[in-house]
Design a protein around this ligand. Structure first.
Ligand code: FAD
Length: 504
């Protein structure tokens, strides 16, 4: 293969979580081929939030070859078994969207069908009954964490998990990793962008003070500014706020929780929701809200009133518009992170999107400037992923009994994408999940959020009629005992952290 006109120099603009994940992964996987330079500005800084993840991050860590304990020590991290949703489907309700399966599948039939069968004779069965068979729920209730290959002698796997970590420590950790693998970091503010008159490709950026950084391919990680893709290349933004109307957040750290629980909490508020992320040294908190339904002052009061521990500063405002760029890669520039679009943080999907975009870009990375087919494929797959996550998020707002505020009335009665309507109808009728093959969220996630939000399926899979009634009752009773024993064998989350990965 000849290298004429080849892509040799990669320039990453921006050094937040997106920039440093991109730098670390490219250095690890294409570092022998590419010269990599990252430009960032301390004066501009980063968005400074983004501390809860989903289990796919474990794959990123494995690709980078990171040691879990070292990683958690350096980032003051904790384990996360899921997200507890409080007051969403109705006021006073709560459920945990866990990262693991509930119960144990029998043959090819998902467990929730057996559970639904067991409730069939009840006049008003409670959708939350499913969680009596959740290993993750019980571990979360008792603030326990540990690694189990199997639960008892069953085929049930142990706890599926992700992490919470300090966003600024995480970026620093990845920066050290990337720099030690040859990435050059340049400090400076980008002032202008130069392009080739013929092809329109970006050829260089010029920093305040005149330094010029040239490259063959550019990754725009400049956050909401989207300096290259949105700004220079003029790629339009698709606004999705008619479905996801929250457009502002206030973030504030507070003292650490008395017990460091292994889950994120998302509590619905009058015009949005509040997050609580437990770290080893402090707690991350924020109120995500819709400025059309509540004032900034009232939103700040709501945030502070909802803290479980003493605040460690004043609430910091952040503005955003949910949606995405019409293209994620244009010319010789791909945008990754907030510069490519933003789906609000309800299911902690943004860092995952960074990681999946980085790995997709690496898989499709062009050898030369002639990249049309790769660009098209990249844009197609990123667009599908964004739409699937969007539908999953809308489900939380739309499938609610709440009508107590204008915001919730709007969410409950808004028109939603047809793709989501179909999923809701299918689940309500049959307990089946109409998930797309490459959907990020597994069947178990859709089932938990549907039930958690109050959708009780009218029927179950006829294959679940298989065991007799007595056999089913015995199976379910045994399962509960096995889960209780499994959880009792685990250390507390805090014991696990202290033993394996205390914050540095
Ligand atoms: P930024 O952190 O904003 O970084 C942008 C970089 O570009 C900075 O280094 C900046 O200095 C640089 N830059 C900008 N302009 C210039 C210029 N002119 N010259 C030079 N450099 C420049 N994600 C999750 O996965 N989980 C969560 O729990 C979560 N919570 C969130 C809560 C809120 C309220 C918000 C808004 C986001 C949340 N996210 C979450 C998303 C997450 O914060 C981001 O995906 C992540 O931090 C990546 O940001 P970024 O690197 O794209 O942008």
């Amino acid at each position: 293969m000849t290298d004429t006109g080849s892509v040799r120099k990669l320039v990453i603009v921006g050094g937040g979580t997106a920039g440093w994940i991109a730098a670390a992964a490219f250095a690890r996987l294409l570092g022998q081929r590419l010269e990599i330079e990252l430009v960032e500005s301390e004066a501009i800084g980063t968005v400074g939030v983004g501390e809860a993840t989903i289990p796919q991050i474990i794959r990123l860590n494995a690709i980078l070859g990171l040691d879990e304990n070292e990683f958690l020590k350096a980032t003051s991290g904790t384990f996360k078994l899921g997200i507890e949703f409080v007051d969403w489907g109705s006021k006073g309700s709560r459920y945990l969207h866990t990262f693991g399966d509930t119960g144990m599948n029998l043959g090819n039939v998902a467990f929730h069908h057996y559970w639904r069968r067991s409730t069939f004779a009840e006049p008003a069965p409670d959708p939350k009954g499913l969680w009596h068979y959740s290993l993750h729920q019980l571990a979360a209730d008792q603030a326990r964490f540990g690694k189990l290959d199997r639960v008892g002698n069953t085929a049930m796997t142990g706890l599926a998990y992700a992490y919470h970590f300090d966003a600024s420590r995480y970026a620093l950790f990845l920066r050290t990793y990337a720099e030690s693998r040859g990435v050059t970091r340049t400090e400076g503010i980008v002032e202008s962008v130069q392009r080739d008159g013929e092809s329109g490709d970006i050829t260089a950026i010029t920093l305040k003070g005149g330094k010029r950084v040239a490259g063959d391919f550019f990754i725009d990680c400049t956050g909401f500014r989207s300096l290259l893709l949105g700004g220079e290349l003029g790629v339009a933004y698709e606004d999705w706020s008619q479905w996801l109307p929250c457009d502002r957040a206030l973030a504030v750290p507070s003292e650490r929780l008395p017990t460091i629980v292994p889950y994120t909490r998302a509590t619905a508020k009058d015009a949005g929701w509040q997050w609580r992320i437990p770290l080893q040294h402090r707690t991350g908190n924020g109120h995500v809200y819709s400025s059309g339904f509540v004032s900034d002052e009232d939103a700040a009061d709501t945030l502070l009133a909802g803290l479980d521990t003493k605040p460690l500063g004043d609430p910091r405002p952040i503005r955003f518009t949910t949606g995405r760029r019409a293209a994620f890669w244009a010319q010789n520039c791909a945008a990754i992170g907030l510069s490519s679009g933003f789906l609000e943080p309800l299911e902690s999907t943004s860092i995952h999107l960074i990681q999946s975009h980085v790995s997709r870009l690496i898989q499709l990375f062009p050898r030369s400037a002639d990249a049309g087919a790769m660009r098209e494929e990249y844009n197609r797959r990123c667009a599908a992923e964004f739409a699937q996550i969007r539908d999953f998020l809308i489900l939380h707002y739309h499938r609610t009994d709440r009508e107590d505020t204008e915001f919730w009335r709007y969410c409950k009665h808004m028109a939603v994408p047809d793709s989501l309507t179909h999923k809701l109808e299918l689940f309500a009728a049959s307990g089946r999940v109409g998930r797309d093959v490459d959907d990020l969220f597994r069947d178990a996630s859709w089932v938990q959020v549907m039930l958690g939000q109050g959708v009780m399926p009218a029927d179950y899979d006829p294959m679940a009629d298989q065991p007799g009634d007595a056999q089913l009752t015995e199976f379910l009773a045994n399962l509960r005992t096995i889960i209780e024993r499994g959880v009792a064998s685990l250390p507390t989350h805090e014991e696990y952290l202290a033993r394996h990965c205390p914050a540095a």
